[in-house]
Design a protein around this ligand. Sequence first.
Ligand code: FES
Length: 235
Amino acid sequence: MKHTFKIFRYDPAKERQPRYQEYQVEAEPTDKILDCLNRIRWEQDSSLTYRMSCAHGVCGSDAMRINGICALACQRLIKDYGEGPLLIEPLPQFPVLKDLLVDLTAFFEKYRGIWPYLLPDDPAPEKERLQSPEERMAFDEAIRCILCGCCTAACPILEDNQQFLGPAALLRAFRYLFDSRDRQKGKRMELLDDENAIWGCKTHGKCTEVCPKEIQVTQSLGRVKKKIYDSKKAP
Ligand code: FES
């Protein structure tokens, strides 16, 4: 069956305004949206630009907005969207480099800003820093994050405040704050105790709704807020 794809096209180097271009694609209900984009690019229009790599929901590179909802094109199937035309757009909140390809520079700058690595207070052991299964479970879910950017793109806070760190960076901060091997909790909480950091989150929950890994992002950010709040109450 033929499906209509209405795709956002824009080359800021050559065009003044974005436009939408329609393509007809023969597809089965079980075909991935990414398969269809590949078909368009390989068989109809090689100028269509987007990112992809693994095609299996692992690398996070093909995040885009499909019928208004941020998702991974390789995880979504034609049958998820019914028979109407499919509207394909780049992730909102991110500057467009070309078509569906967005600039992730600011996203990864914010990510690096939360110190996404262990901060120990002792010399490295000969083998590894050990952790019990229970300690590992304290942040287990957050490990699934693939930094696709869907949560950050869907966050309404960023529409008004681009300084806000956004859910992806804050979820990674959660992961280290609750890791028993990290020994700089005070320093981390000081960094996060800011209106552009954890207090910028107003629990809209859009991040959790769109997360392709089904991570309870909002809930995890709530645990960061509670930890900071409790640390201030402690004598
Ligand atoms: S292409 Fe890797 S997550 Fe979709």
